[in-house]
Design a protein around this ligand. Structure first.
Ligand SMILES: C[S@@+](CC[C@H](N)C(=O)[O-])C[C@H]1O[C@@H](n2cnc3c(N)ncnc32)[C@H](O)[C@@H]1O
Length: 193
């Protein structure tokens, strides 16, 4: 099992690019989101801060206390509706409110957890979102990696995991990506049933 906190303590964090994910920025520039947003596996919090800067109410969680300390010192500000909290997204007793959030933003949390836990991820997403709430996700659908994390996922797997709880509204390839991730990602917009 990956010890995420140790990786942050040792600054072995190649996934952290110091800025929000380009596919997220591309989406927000074209389309507006609204309400309360949950960002699971937020890491150092660049995506969460970007969303809060756009005016959303953002609750960002991670299991690594070290990542959250860095996120707080970098991003917490009275001017933003942004809260960082230590919580395991997959743990049913994590205290996250049920049917509460308007949107879940997924970026590099789903690919970080063990593939055997993915059904639990879909259940947890269903639990925390309001009915008709949205899941906006960047998924690694076009990447080869037998030795994750990151663990890629096929479109068939995403359909089979999420279709019990979500309608898929749109799937597309982002025009912008971090260097080295071009072509590997697909964006999903799903709506909770
Ligand atoms: C690859 S990192 C990505 C971090 C951030 N999303 C980014 O792009 O910089 C995966 C993150 O998920 C967190 N994580 C892993 N399993 C988790 C879980 N069950 N609940 C909450 N966070 C988790 C890790 O601590 C780590 O910060």
């Amino acid at each position: 099992m990956t010890d995420w906190d140790q990786l942050y303590r040792e600054k072995e964090t190649p996934w952290d690019r110091g800025e929000p994910a380009p596919p997220l920025v591309e989406f927000v520039e074209k389309q507006s989101l609204s309400g309360q947003i949950l960002v699971p596996g937020c890491g150092i919090g660049h995506d969460a801060r970007y969303l809060a800067e756009q005016g959303y109410i953002v609750h960002a969680i991670d299991i690594s206390g070290t990542a959250l300390n860095r996120a707080r010192s970098l991003h917490e500000s009275k001017a933003l509706n942004l809260k960082f909290e230590k919580a395991n997204f997959l743990d049913e007793s994590n205290g996250l409110p049920h049917a509460h959030f308007d949107l879940l933003f997924e970026h590099t949390c789903f690919c970080a957890i063990d593939p055997s836990d993915r059904a639990r991820y879909a259940q947890a997403a269903n639990q925390i979102l309001k009915p008709n709430g949205l899941l906006l996700g960047i998924f690694f659908t076009d990447m080869e990696n037998d030795d994750g994390p990151p663990y890629p996922s096929s479109r068939d797997e995403i359909r089979s995991l999420f279709s019990t709880y979500f309608d898929t509204l749109n799937v597309w390839k982002p025009e912008r990506s971090f260097p080295g991730r071009e072509g590997e990602e697909s964006m999903y917009l799903m709506r909770r049933l």
